[in-house]
Design a protein around this ligand. Sequence first.
Ligand code: GDP
Length: 332
Amino acid sequence: MSNETGPVLALSGGVGGAKLALGLYRILPPDTLTIVANTGDDFEHLGLSISPDLDTLLYTLSGNDNLELGWGRRGETWTFMAALEALGGETWFRLGDGDLATHIERTRRRKAGESLSAISHDFRRRLGIAARLLPMSDDPVRTRLHTAPTPPSPASGGGLGGGAGGWLDFQDYFVRLRCEPVIDRLEFAGAADVRPHREFLAALADPQLRAIVICPSNPFISIDPILAVPGVRAALRACNAPVIAVSPIIGGKAVKGPTAKMMAELGLPVDAAAVAHHYRDFLDLYIADEEDAAAVAGLDMPVVLTRTLMQSLADREALARAVLAAAERVRK
Ligand code: GDP
């Protein structure tokens, strides 16, 4: 039975995932789309509760994303940061003035006892977003990265990532150290004890579901934390709707960020097929870039090749259409 009007569930990290989420949002009846965001990147900084992937999705879907920077809010100003710097405050994590309002208001409401999902729901409504935007869980999960041990070397200067290796908090690795340390494993601290958001679980089990879309996000730091939430992986394996992933690797490289670097450090081949392998226990179809036809030729699952680089709004919509057309092909 065709299900061309059923709801769609998208799993997303930040910038890469939000591009496709926006494409889906623009072509679907908006109230049929649910986007579940990674919260493994969330952290406390300067006393504020910061949820980078939820915020990227909020800003992107409401047309408030900063296209020049590729993160943060459009038309941002930096008075707070400059004043903080003059006072000798911590400035390695850049918080624009408008962005700061999001974190301050979220922190205030968290302290008053509201859940992350209730606040996200209200923020997206106030910003005029009709799609549902959920954190993967209301309980905290914290991604940490283990730096590989390195032999002592006078050149290392004793910096992080040298010596015996050790654990780094996500934003220390990602922003403060600009993803430079070589990593050998990751963990999602607290994940074993959290519950998936109940609307996330309900969406996974919805018999009307048209497709589950794994957005082209970093598999290790954006999608794996979502998969580490108890019950999610099993629900993906069991669900009736087709599970479709879009490759974040194009032409053997990441468009942006440390995805390819991490694959090499984790001992994986740096190609589009390795991402499909990473998801193989629940994936029904993989969408890879035309440039990667040779790399994915040996995959033992249905593959659709298309242009996956999303530069324009039209690119985002075209890829979203390709994802939905592919879902029709693998209806279970
Ligand atoms: P982050 O949380 O902000 O790091 O963002 P994500 O994890 O959601 O996305 C990062 C990934 O998006 C990287 O692996 C990029 O290669 C990928 N990416 C960014 N732009 C595009 C694009 O236009 N097309 C595809 N296929 N992948 C993209």
